[in-house]
Design a protein around this ligand. Structure first.
Ligand code: PLP
Length: 400
């Protein structure tokens, strides 16, 4: 059976050109970049080049502002814990949003247990943070604000530059999780005005297990991983050279093709969204209609369990998700949808389809063909749907 992959927000395949750039660093050029000899110098050079490339691609002032990590999650942990521990004398207050990825959310929860105070800013029904709420939440003890560039479940893009302006005036550090946006929409640390930024290669056709934390020069960061002097004493461990080379190559390629890919993905996404909203009753689009990631479509189907929907789609060869890959398997509905004010029943019926550069119109047409069969079949089994008095959920009347 033909398989259709519509879960690009969870991960992407490695681009063959990226793999080609990586391969020499497994067998031929395997030296430890910390070694003095020629083997070490060879990989040191590759490491320096990759760092310079990443700095250039995200608009960093200096390569030394690029820290290679083991994942997007690690970058988020390092930014938040690193700043919290380094600036503790200055203050103990952190501000974040209610819909962050667990790598940020759970790190904030952990710091609360260590005595820090955390404010979780609300979002509106479309998943947007209001900069006025942020202004109100600031205190003279606020040391860090961490708000994601775009949400991984519903795709809403936050007003990062606007928030940055508020924080710059008050000299409060600003971190953004740009794991979903890098390679997908323009990401430039100066245009965004952020001090720290996380990204991960496997979300833009690079390898898994390698990420970057951008940290503006002069920012103190207590390491999360202690040991060797790698990454200027900020992250110990022999560097993942092949992965780092792959990350730099993937970022270069993604940015080169970004305008083109973003345009075609947006068109295909809108085609999918328009058709789904037209074809079904009791369905909503989660997230903002236009201010969203080019490849993201997220729907809630009333009177249906998201998990059954996913299993049925999988039987038809379609790989989708009900939210983030990290929370599937748990019965709790997504904190993102709940945070947006969507009620439990509807949050349970959510379906995330995330398109990638290989997605075709034929694939989307196939989804549009099989989805009604599945939705009708599941609704036919639903006692709620068959109740003659069934009503559309009144508390969350979202985009329709
Ligand atoms: C995928 C993702 C992460 C985690 O990145 P990993 O490399 O999988 O650890 C963090 N934040 C967002 C928004 C993501 O989409």
């Amino acid at each position: 059976m033909k398989r259709i992959y519509l879960d690009h927000a969870a991960t992407t395949p490695v681009d063959p050109e990226v793999l080609e750039a990586m391969l020499p660093y497994y067998v031929e050029s395997f030296g430890n970049p910390s070694s003095i000899h020629s083997f070490g110098r060879e990989t040191r050079k590759a490491l320096d080049q990759a760092r310079a490339t990443v700095a250039k691609e995200i608009g960093a002032a200096e390569p030394s502002e690029i820290i290679f990590t083991g994942s997007g999650s690690e970058s988020d942990n390092m930014a938040i814990k690193g700043v919290a521990l380094s600036y503790r004398e200055k203050g103990d207050h952190i501000i974040t949003s209610a819909i962050e990825h667990h790598a940020v959310f759970d790190t904030c929860k952990f710091l609360e247990k260590q005595g820090f105070k955390v404010t979780y800013l609300p979002v509106n029904g479309e998943g947007l943070v209001n900069p006025a709420d942020l202004k109100q939440a600031l205190t003279d003890k606020t040391i860090l604000v961490t708000i994601m560039h775009a949400n991984n479940e519903v795709g809403t893009i936050q007003p990062i530059a606007e928030i940055a302006k508020i924080l710059k005036e008050r000299k409060i550090l600003f971190h953004t999780d740009a794991v979903q946006t890098t390679g997908s929409i323009p990401v430039d640390v100066h245009e965004l005005g952020v001090d720290l930024l996380s990204l991960a290669a496997h979300k833009f056709y690079g390898p898994k297990g390698v990420g970057v934390l951008y940290a503006r020069k002069g920012i103190r960061l207590t390491p999360v991983i202690h040991g060797g002097a790698q990454e200027r004493n900020r992250r110990a461990g022999t560097e993942n050279i092949a992965g780092i080379v792959g990350l730099a190559k993937a970022l270069e390629l993604a940015n080169q093709k970004l305008p083109e890919t973003s345009k075609s993905l947006t068109e295909l996404r809108d085609y999918l969204i328009d058709n789904v909203l037209q074809k079904f009753e009791y369905v909503r689009l989660n997230g903002h209609r236009t201010r969203r990631l080019p490849g993201n479509a997220n729907f809630s189907f009333e009177f249906i369990e998201g998990e059954s929907l996913l299993l049925n789609l999988d039987l038809k060869g379609i790989a989708a998700s009900s939210g983030s890959a990290c929370t599937s398997g748990s019965l709790e509905p997504s904190h993102v949808l709940l945070g947006m004010g969507i009620c439990h029943e509807i949050a349970h019926g959510s379906l995330r389809l995330t398109l990638g550069k290989s997605t075709t119109k034929e694939e989307i047409d196939y989804v549009l063909e099989v989805l009604p069969e599945i939705v009708n079949k599941l609704r036919a089994m639903s006692p709620l749907y068959n109740n003659p008095q069934r009503k559309e959920c009144a508390s969350c009347t979202l985009t329709k």
